[in-house]
Design a protein around this ligand. Sequence first.
Ligand SMILES: Nc1ncnc2c1ncn2[C@@H]1O[C@H](COP(=O)(O)OP(=O)(O)O)[C@@H](O)[C@H]1O
Ligand SMILES: [Mg+2]
Length: 317
Amino acid sequence: MSLVELLRVTGLSANDISTLKETVAQAAIKCPVVTALQLHQKEGPAELSYGYLSTGCQQLDKFLRGGLLSRGITEIAGESASGKTQLCIQMCLTVQLPHELGGFSAGAVYICTEDVFPNKRLVQMVDLLKKRCHIPSVSDIKFTDNIFIEHAAELDDLSFCINKKLPVLLAKGQVKLIVIDSIAALFRCDFSVHEAAKRAKQLSAFAAQLTKLNCQYNAPVICVNQVSDVIHSTNGATQGSRKVMPSLGICWANLVTCRLMLSRTNETVTVRQRDDAGNVVSCIEANVRNMEVMFAPHLPNTLCRYIIDHDGVKALS
Ligand SMILES: Nc1ncnc2c1ncn2[C@@H]1O[C@H](COP(=O)(O)OP(=O)(O)O)[C@@H](O)[C@H]1O
Ligand SMILES: [Mg+2]
């Protein structure tokens, strides 16, 4: 209401109305004003603070300027076998590490929509991580007990999971990482080409809920995405001789905070595995892969080469 209307309705003086408006504004304001400097120096309110989750590889963390940004939705896109799931599993382990080792000292929720969760590989990665890390605080972590696995075969299952189950787990402080592997599988199959508007609406609602949980609990969200071939366009990343783009279109792209694209190359390198004394114990040939930052609020559009070996995902120096 305007001042004139308020004067008429309430019968208060102009001064009183000004005081009333200020008092109501103070009480109703949800998000206090924070300056860019305060944000940078992490002096703002808790709900605006952010951190980085280690990827489990120091070089990769350096490339990502600290690791995975805890704020917003991070998309990991790439064609089949590019390493999306490997990277996600690796981060389900690093999130359980103490803060000084780049983790958040909490578990993870892993929502599978495509394949069954690769349990064997998880156990292998846990064993190797424990062997590499001789710190008691790491050896004592029961990594596999802190990963909550959900299988969502349909959109309704996914919706139930993120709206009902996730808030409970997050509220208990048991988890600090949400992985959806993959978002594309359900949203690509459940809608026909003529249902783009309906799909966009559902995607927005889905992203809004994830963003809400992300802000409330400062828990990073990773959405794995598939890729689509780009026909007659100069945009998109090159995978082999093909140009590809993350799927789900422009609506989804606008809901994502940070987009990373993984791809395989034909190049191979010899990786020497060493024991604690530095002696070479084995040599393996590994495929070189690329991680490209397609967009992110804090990163330039750059590329990092990496490999996957027994231990997991590692950047090449
Ligand atoms: N134990 C392992 N040792 C070396 N490489 C592995 C191992 N497990 C998986 N990989 C590599 O990871 C690739 C699969 O990655 P994945 O993350 O499952 O792909 P996607 O992008 O489809 O999720 C395999 O093609 C293989 O090259
Ligand atoms: Mg996968």
